[in-house]
Write a protein that binds this ligand. Structure first.
Ligand SMILES: [Fe+2]
Ligand SMILES: [Fe+2]
Length: 168
């Protein structure tokens, strides 16, 4: 009788454990999926090169989500985050060149936003490199949300000016 009860308890424990694991895995996959984003025409600023940069930045964030999903190690993740920081700065610099070239009226406010973002992602990158933090889903959400919002709301403000100047 006791054997039967013990077997039942083990069965229930294992059943519970497996169910929890599957649920956790499912939720993690859902979270990672939600952290990913595809560029679409609504995000276009009307300049092929800048749209290309935005596509690349979003795909780099998606790459980080995939890296987490595949359980990639610290070195791989740290390298990918560094690449994201470098490419972000490269992209922002091109926007700044256009702002200065064409006297964009919101240059100062726009650059301020860039500077704050770069500061934040550089700090995060350093923490990941030194092992102080792991790249988390929350960090991915922050990157995705900031970038999508920046493109859709802030970058869009220069679209008309560049169009008027014949840049496409
Ligand atoms: Fe941009
Ligand atoms: Fe920008």
């Amino acid at each position: 009788m006791w054997h039967c009860d013990a077997a039942m308890v083990w069965y229930l424990v294992i059943h519970w454990y497996v169910r929890e694991k599957i649920q956790a895995l499912f939720l993690k996959r859902m979270d990672l999926h939600m952290a990913m984003v595809q560029w679409n025409e609504e995000m276009s600023v009307g300049v092929a090169e800048l749209d290309g940069h935005h596509k690349k930045l979003l795909s780099m964030i998606n790459g980080l989500a995939v890296a987490i999903g595949h359980g990639k190690g610290k070195d791989h993740v740290s390298h990918s985050v560094s690449e994201l920081v470098d490419y972000t700065e490269y992209h922002f610099n091109l926007e700044h060149e256009y702002f200065h070239q064409f006297g964009f009226v919101e240059t100062e406010a726009h650059i301020k936003e860039h500077t704050a973002f770069v500061k934040k992602i550089k700090e995060t990158s350093e923490k990941i490199k030194s092992g102080k933090v792991l790249l988390s889903i929350n960090i991915l959400y922050f990157l995705k949300d900031w970038l999508v919002n920046h493109i859709m709301v802030v970058d869009k403000k220069y679209a008309q000016l560049l169009k008027n100047k014949g840049i496409s």
